[in-house]
Design a protein around this ligand. Structure first.
Ligand SMILES: Cc1cc2nc3c(=O)[nH]c(=O)nc-3n(C[C@H](O)[C@H](O)[C@H](O)COP(=O)(O)O)c2cc1C
Length: 225
């Protein structure tokens, strides 16, 4: 698959088949992504690649903990200003729409949210970790660490696509980083910033038909010469 085809094929998958992903496929995806660039070649990323009973333990712990207040390691704004708020709302409406969940149906919305804690049925998840002291270097925030993690995330997503897998970069799997640290025996010195659930695509689920819109080129880019 060439790179343009892979970029176009990749999209966020929100329903997976339970079939396990062979460990060597997971290994090749992470290993291949290690060629990603990073500021000063600092390679700030680390990974926890979780499948099987450990992942089931995490899913159950998340469901048991679902009423607790989230405690992200990296804060997220809950209210976006415009125009970004409309884009966020459109994704939410589009995803719920494909599942036939009405905006006012609170119960079904809760059920859908819990589905995220089941990692949408994914049999594996790649968690991206950062060393806390490097992220908070010089008493500020080293945002380039997150930038670098974004770059490697995209490569993981593309390599997963090229391996015939579906994936989704997601914050929901890292809502409770302390739970993850406990179950995976990860020290407090490591931040857990993103989860990438991945597995084989459940093509029978309408949610996977959803295609998120993009702003047109003319709106976001100016060309100078
Ligand atoms: C950093 C990041 C965090 C995200 N977190 C979530 C999430 O928690 N839940 C979710 O359903 N989608 C999440 N997404 C997926 C986005 O909604 C998705 O990438 C966007 O709507 C574009 O759609 P596409 O990936 O299908 O092209 C996240 C994406 C990124 C890059």
């Amino acid at each position: 698959m060439d790179v343009i085809e892979t970029i176009n094929k990749r999209k966020s998958i929100r329903s997976f088949k339970p079939d396990p992903v062979p460990p060597d496929v997971l290994k090749k995806i992470v290993e291949g992504a290690l060629r990603s660039p990073s500021a000063s070649n600092s390679q700030p990323w680390e990974f926890a690649v979780v499948s099987g009973t450990k992942l089931e333990e995490i899913k159950q712990a998340y469901l048991d903990n679902a009423q607790s207040k989230p405690s992200f390691d990296v804060p997220i704004p809950f209210k976006y200003p415009e125009p970004w708020n409309s884009r966020q709302a459109a994704v939410m409406a589009g995803v719920l729409g494909t599942m036939g969940v009405a905006r006012e149906d609170k119960q079904k919305r809760i059920e859908w949210a819990l589905n995220a804690f089941r990692l949408w049925g994914a049999p594996s998840c790649i968690y991206i970790l950062l060393e806390r002291s490097f992220y908070s270097a010089d008493g500020g925030t080293n945002v380039w660490n997150l930038f670098d993690c974004g770059l490697i995330t995209q490569n993981i997503l593309l390599l997963a696509t090229a391996s015939g897998l579906g994936s989704i970069p997601a914050i929901q799997p890292v809502l409770y980083p302390d739970l993850l640290r406990k179950i995976l025996n990860i020290p407090d010195s490591k931040l857990i910033i993103l989860g990438i659930p991945l597995g084989y695509i459940d093509s029978s689920s309408p949610v996977n038909e959803f295609q998120a819109m993009r702003e047109p080129l003319e709106k976001v880019a100016r060309f100078y010469d």
